[in-house]
Design a protein around this ligand. Structure first.
Ligand code: F6R
Length: 363
């Protein structure tokens, strides 16, 4: 059932190109109206009434929510917030009938996420579940549901569920933007085209697995490392860091690259490993200067950059060229592989990390 792969996690990482195709199937058009989400009960009139969006989830799904927040704000020009579900319900959230509350959950059974969903409903918000499991509690209880169509995810560490959540949130953000008239067709078109190219690009990133494995083996004996990035790259850094901790038990921290100098730079010493993401053209020079500060203190940097970027570090991985907003969907793939190979090198049971369950049904 692992189809020749050593672990479910690796199989699921390699299933991503297919999962991307399945997720996008029938949901995009190369021309107006661009998006097609017939499963939504929301009429264009209702979509125009929303004043704000809350994205609520746990763990990896929360990291997808962070990317969704940025896409919705940028394209649909709606104030959006992403919250960890276990915090959301206790902070008296400003959710009203004019709020779209999106809960993101692979399983659709996470207790904290369900509690947040119920809190949002209690406040009269319109709730939308983005989930992988048909018939799950979140799918049944939310007012609307968009399925991620990733196929079964067996490994505790989430991979294809996360990337397909990103894709659904991108399509939803475009849908909101189109209906609300906040993004001209000339700006929607390149995003729609780039979404269609993501499966092949994910494929080409997977071909760089050898290089990533080498780096993972080198750092496997280290006790801590950093992931750095700005904007969308910071959201991806958080996910890369969680993945690594979860299965390799190497401590890591994700930092907004510009924040490092406000305290954490003190932890950088000779040989400290840093994975630095710089996929956003307009942030490249700023991130590069933060990385130089770390290198001046002896950090050992692996750069992950977009095609055509100037060099960030001696050792770097270049991602295929896509729309900058979509970079997370390919930039996370090397980080998944990195966590996987580091855990394998340390001899751990990748699919069943200690202390963790696939679905967390207690609050
Ligand atoms: C990390 C991971 C967890 C889950 C989280 C939410 O790899 O799998 O952080 O993402 O427990 O689970 P779902 O998405 O099922 O609500």
């Amino acid at each position: 059932e692992k189809a020749g792969y050593d672990h479910f996690m690796l199989k699921e990482i390699y299933e991503q190109p297919k999962a991307y195709r399945d997720t996008l199937e029938g949901r995009l058009f190369p021309r107006y109206p661009w998006t097609y989400l017939p499963e939504l009960s929301l009429t264009p009139e209702r979509l125009k009434q929303f004043r704000n969006v809350h994205l609520v989830a746990c763990g990896t799904a929360y990291h997808a929510g962070l990317v969704g927040k940025m896409a919705i704000e940028r394209w649909a020009r709606l104030p959006a917030e992403a919250d960890v579900a276990s915090e959301y319900r206790y902070r008296s959230p400003l959710a009203s009938p004019e709020t779209l509350v999106i809960v993101v959950s692979q399983s659709g059974e996470t207790a904290d996420t369900l509690a947040a969903l119920r809190e949002a409903k209690r406040r009269g918000a319109h709730t939308l579940a983005v989930t992988n499991v048909v018939g799950s509690t979140a799918a049944r209880e939310a007012d609307d549901v968009l399925f991620t169509r990733a196929g079964p995810e067996i490994s505790v560490a989430s991979t294809k569920a996360y990337t397909t959540q990103l894709l659904v949130l991108y399509v939803l953000a475009l849908h909101l933007a189109r209906v609300r008239g906040t993004l001209p067709d000339a700006e929607i078109e390149p995003v729609v085209r780039a979404l269609g190219e993501l499966p092949e690009q994910a494929e080409s990133v997977l071909q760089q697995a050898g290089e990533i494995r080498g780096y993972a083996q080198e750092i496997a004996s280290r006790e801590h490392l950093f992931f750095l990035g700005r904007g969308l790259d910071f959201a991806v850094a958080l996910e890369g860091s969680l993945k690594l901790k979860e299965i390799s038990y190497i401590h890591s921290e994700a930092y907004a690259a510009g924040e490092l100098k406000h305290g954490t730079l003190a932890l950088i010493e000779e040989g400290t490993p840093i994975v630095a993401l710089a996929t956003q053209p307009e942030l490249m020079s700023k991130t590069a200067s933060n990385v130089r500060e770390a290198m001046a203190r002896g950090a050992d940097v692996l750069g992950i950059v977009g095609a055509g970027s100037p060099s960030l570090s001696e050792r770097q991985l270049t991602l295929p060229d896509t729309h900058p907003a979509l970079m997370p969907a390919i930039a996370v793939v090397p980080l998944q592989l990195f966590a996987y190979y580091a855990a394998v090198a340390r001899g751990y049971d990748v699919d069943k990390p200690r202390n963790l369950a696939k679905s967390v049904t207690v609050e």
